[in-house]
Design a protein around this ligand. Sequence first.
Ligand SMILES: [Zn+2]
Length: 274
Amino acid sequence: MRNRFILLILIALPLLIFSVKTYTYTIQSGDSLEKIANKLNIPLSIIIDYNPEYAYKKYIYAGKKLIIPEKPVIIYEVKSGDSLSYIAKTFFSDASLIAEYNNIKNPNLLYIGQKLEIPYEYIGLSFNKNVDVSWPVWGEITSLYGWRIHPIYKEKRFHSGIDIALSEGLPILSAVTGKVVEVKKDNGYGIYVKIKAGKHYYIFAHMSKALAVVGEIVKKGELIGRIGSTGISTGPHVHFEVRTLAERSIDPFNLLPGFKYAHVPIEKHYMGGN
Ligand SMILES: [Zn+2]
């Protein structure tokens, strides 16, 4: 019995060490989420990550409380088959920086369930700033734009975007610099964010969480959501769709940079990066 108690403490300890401490902030009159983000010097997307219901709110009210993390980091739980370099790629980040921040001496020694802190400022570091439209995630392309046999309805349907699969909870970065025009929960698209930039709309669908608010200007490479499988979906992925301002979809490959702009070499159909 005593041994089991000690074992429980040993298991519980790392979780406590790695969970981010939070405090509450009471909304003041005259506050907007952007103002609060500036005041607390924390990215807006992190505030919404901790208070996900605020992604859909049109108004915020003085007196209501927000949960704010003391450190602007995203916690990533190590899964079977992960390596530090793979994790770094999915955050468009740098493995050595993540190792240093988490005090990891040997990057080959990660354990399943280990919680890594990924500072927000490290996310998107390797994003290509030299192209107009970037890959929003680093994952596997599982479905192209055009006619296909629908994976759920098993009939021929037009696929209005491309699907890129990767693990639940990983960051989705804005492919463009533009204005957030919609953040919604839809039966088909699940939780999605729609951004207007230049002559196009860009839609990122099936998120587990949207981390942007309507009216916000987001920069290319900024965190706008997390990977999920909401709506009509067979697994965690992002459906990335580009539309003209007349709401007609076009093939995202017409705008995305080629594979040569991927920040990592193509392994199978893995890509992303830029
Ligand atoms: Zn799709």
